[in-house]
Design a protein around this ligand. Structure first.
Ligand code: AKG
Ligand code: FE2
Length: 209
C-alpha cells in the first residue's frame, strides 16, 4: 500500500499521516445516507463491564462486516451484522476515493457509531486491537452534525489537537496513527445527530488445523 501522505485532502498531520477529505458523497446523497442509516439500522446500546459493573455505552453502535470478522472490544466479542446496502455502497465509495488518491485499501468491516447529540461520546482509545495488524489504515466517514475528534500523543511529545469532522467528510488515519496517538469524541455543547463509520480491515481468523 502506498502511503496516504499524498492524498489530495487537507493534511492534519504528515507523519504519521492524518488526512481529511471533504465532500465524499456530495448532496443530496450525504444527507439521504444519514437519514437512511438512522432509520434502517438496528442500532444497539451494548453494556460494557468496568470494574465489575455494567455500563451502557454513551452512544449507540453497530458492528458490520464480512461473516468472518469477529471483533473484540472491551473484553466482549461482537459478531458482525451483514452489510447493509447503503453501508456497502459507502465502503465502495471510500475505497474508490482512496484509489483515486493512489492509496490501495480494502475493508472487511466497519464500526458504526450514532451520537444523538453533543452529550453522547466516545472515550480515549486507539484502534490497536491485534486483529487490525501493526499499522492499520482506518477510514472514518462522518455524517451529520460536525464534531471535533480530539487527538493526543501517547508520549505527550506534542500538543493535543482537534480534527473537526464536517458532514460528508472522510478522515484517513494512516499507518502509525493508532500506534502513536489516542483519539476521543468528547462531549460538547453541539446539538444534532451525528453518525460515524470507521472502516477497517480485520484479519480473518486462521481456520482451525
Ligand atoms: O465517531 C468518531 O468519529 C470516532 C469513532 C472511533 O473512534 C471509532 O469508531 O473507533
Ligand atoms: Fe477509534
Amino acid at each position: 500500500m502506498s502511503s496516504s501522505g499524498d492524498l489530495p485532502g487537507e493534511p492534519l498531520l504528515d507523519a504519521p499521516a492524518l488526512t481529511l477529505l471533504p465532500g465524499l458523497l456530495g448532496e443530496p446523497a450525504a444527507t439521504e445516507t444519514l437519514a437512511r442509516l438512522d432509520r434502517e439500522l438496528a442500532w444497539q446500546r451494548p453494556t460494557l463491564r468496568l470494574y465489575g459493573r455494567e455500563h451502557p455505552i454513551p452512544r449507540r453502535q453497530l458492528w458490520m462486516g464480512d461473516p468472518d470478522t469477529r471483533y473484540r472490544y472491551s473484553g466482549r466479542d461482537f459478531l458482525p451484522e451483514p452489510w447493509h446496502p447503503a453501508v456497502a455502497a459507502l465502503r465502495d465509495r471510500v475505497v474508490n476515493a482512496l484509489a483515486e488518491a493512489g492509496t490501495r485499501a480494502r475493508f472487511n468491516s466497519v464500526l458504526l457509531n450514532r451520537y444523538a447529540g453533543g452529550e453522547e461520546r466516545m472515550g480515549w482509545h486507539s484502534d490497536d486491537e491485534p486483529e487490525l495488524g501493526p499499522a492499520p489504515l482506518i477510514a472514518a466517514v462522518s455524517l451529520g452534525s460536525a464534531r471535533p475528534l480530539r487527538f493526543r500523543w501517547k508520549d505527550r511529545s506534542r500538543e493535543a489537537f482537534n480534527a473537526w469532522l464536517p458532514h460528508d467528510s472522510l478522515l484517513v488515519m494512516g499507518a502509525g496513527v493508532q500506534e502513536r496517538l489516542q483519539h476521543a469524541l468528547l462531549p460538547r455543547r453541539l446539538p444534532g445527530l451525528r453518525i460515524s463509520l470507521t472502516f477497517r480491515l480485520v484479519n480473518p481468523p486462521a481456520s482451525p488445523a
